[in-house]
Write a protein that binds this ligand. Sequence first.
Ligand SMILES: Nc1ncnc2c1ncn2[C@@H]1O[C@H](COP(=O)(O)OP(=O)(O)O)[C@@H](O)[C@H]1O
Ligand SMILES: [Mg+2]
Length: 263
Amino acid sequence: MGKIIMVASLKGGVGKTTVSAALSHALAKMGQKTLAVDMDFGVRSLDIALGHENSASPSCWDVMTGRASLGVAVESDSREENLFFISAPMNVDCTYDTTLTDRMFTSFLKNVKREYDFVLLDMAAGTGRLLDMASNSGEVDEVLIVCTQNAASVRAAEKLGADLYKTGEEKIRLVINSFVPDRAGKNDFVGVMDITEHSSVTLIGVVPFDKRVEALISSGKTVIEDKRSLAGKALKNIARRLTGESVALFDGAVPRRHRFRLY
Ligand SMILES: Nc1ncnc2c1ncn2[C@@H]1O[C@H](COP(=O)(O)OP(=O)(O)O)[C@@H](O)[C@H]1O
Ligand SMILES: [Mg+2]
């Protein structure tokens, strides 16, 4: 039985799609059969991040509502034999369109869990029916909340963590993305220690800001493909932690000169 990992945040633009694409790729490279699911209905972008934007396959909504089979909708990846992708629908807004029921959603998660070792759900920002359906399904094994280094983003992450704990999610971990060591403690930017001291959500990793990320993503490459990318290294470390390995927090992911300071 596989594991379902939901990647979520209340705020947009913090890096959920970047993190989902990179973790899916890293897990697949590690030999884990991995399905990346775009759950950002309407504003989908995981297809671009994984280089699948030209596909016309049915979406996960089509599969959930019985319009297509999983086998037809899932696309394989040209780079990695263990990596698979399923798109989000473009014109479905689940707030108004109630075709998709809780039962259909749960049954989709149960099915993919049987076929894959890891399933990553790249959620839309904020709360909403899809997030509710996922957390009420009882099938999500772990939630990764993504935040950036500023105080408002951290506060939003804590709020989401508290809300999800209330719904019964037990394993929730925090990814601090776009981290710049030199900014810690300046203006509205916080350090890792500030976050972990005050947060009820356990940290799973810190991903440095990396100016190459944007260009890589728009060319359909994940940061995992760039051997020099510190963000890629940090995300590989998080993937290893997801499989139960113990990996030092900044292992290879923060320049040596920064490593001995406390953030
Ligand atoms: N670690 C990082 N370093 C630099 N830029 C990043 C990093 N993570 C994400 N980005 C950039 O931030 C923007 C938003 O990322 P995205 O993954 O689309 O966020 P979300 O899915 O939360 O809306 C994108 O332009 C992406 O290239
Ligand atoms: Mg996104």
